[in-house]
Design a protein around this ligand. Structure first.
Ligand code: FAD
Length: 282
């Protein structure tokens, strides 16, 4: 399949290949094929939040996963993931992370699962001349993320279990901590389903042909169609949509300087790219 300006790419984790223009248009009679505004393939951290946001925006959404949300094979499937705010000079990551934390907490509070975020605090240790830590401090200050600078003596006093190098110091982020990843993603999926997202355990086959994608075939023999398709297949993406991966690497490697997608990003990436582009496109 061909990728052009209208194709949405979400870093290494997700790709949206736009299908037919016009909401909910079917490519075959309704009786033969189910139609949605968006089909999201992959219910990891990215796919579930994308489906959640799309549903919230009033779209009809089918969320597929080969093994279920945040399964044991998925990157999002572990017990915990750190959510932190210090990213050196990369202000965009700090902003994404800070915004994501608020949204995770909001969801957990609403569904009565506040324990899915453990506010442990995060300690970022540095040597006297560690530039990235100095850059982090400047960004935390600018973005307004609560933090403390701990000089060596204070660091040793508060954390006596640590050996502090001469000149060593640290940044303490009191609001950061650990997301209970597998359960957190499952909670997003459950909330999305409660809001009307259709969830199906099925494997999406690679898109066929070239040009606009008109439907998606599943290994169970079903075919689904939608106005837009989001491939949020995580590490499987290269296998499912090989062309997308090379496109992403070409596009993202230079401006970002690295490829990194983490649990802090789905919200902002989904909102800023998928939803805005999707809403503009339909
Ligand atoms: C060991 C480890 C530690 C990490 N630590 C941190 C951390 O501390 N903090 C942090 O922010 N990030 C961390 N990360 C990164 C973070 O976990 C990942 O970036 C994030 O989980 C990626 O989510 P995803 O939705 O893109 O992919 P995944 O969670 O892998 O989801 C992809 C989903 O797609 C499904 N799928 C694939 N192909 C198909 C198909 N053809 N049809 C249907 N479904 C399909 C899979 O079953 C899977 O559920 C860590 C990652 C790992 C592996």
């Amino acid at each position: 399949m061909k990728f052009d300006r209208r194709t949405l790419l979400i870093g290494l984790g997700a790709t949206a290949a736009l299908g037919r223009a016009g909401r909910g248009q079917a490519t075959a009679p309704a009786a033969a094929r189910k139609t949605y505004d968006v089909v999201v393939a992959g219910a990891g951290c990215f796919g579930t939040w994308i489906a959640w946001h799309l549903r919230r925006a009033g779209r009809s959404v089918l969320l597929l996963d080969a093994y279920g949300p945040a399964n044991a094979r998925a990157s999002s499937g572990g017990e915990s993931r750190v959510i932190r705010m210090s990213y050196g000079p990369d202000e965009i990551y700090t902003r994404l992370s800070w915004r994501s934390l608020g949204m995770w907490k909001e969801l957990f509070a609403r569904v009565g699962r506040a324990e899915l975020f453990q506010r442990t605090g995060v300690l970022w240790m540095a040597l006297a001349d560690t530039q990235s830590a100095k850059d982090s401090l400047a960004v935390l200050e600018k973005v307004g993320v609560p933090h403390e600078t701990l000089p060596g003596r204070e660091l040793a006093k508060r954390f006596p279990q640590l050996r502090v190098e001469p000149g060593g110091w640290a940044i303490w982020e009191p609001e950061s901590g650990a997301l209970l990843a597998r359960r957190a993603v499952a909670a997003v999926a459950a909330d999305a389903v409660a809001a009307g997202v259709e969830m199906k355990r099925a494997v999406a086959l690679a898109p066929e042909g070239s040009g606009k994608l008109s439907s998606l075939r599943l290994t169970n023999g079903e075919t689904v169609s939608a106005a837009a398709y989001v491939y949020a297949c995580g590490p499987w993406l290269g296998r499912v949509v090989p062309a997308a991966l090379s496109f992403i690497v070409q596009r993202c490697a230079r401006p970002l300087g690295r490829l990194e997608l983490t649990l802090r990003e789905p919200l902002a990436i989904a909102i800023q790219f998928v939803l805005s582009q999707y809403c503009m496109t339909l």
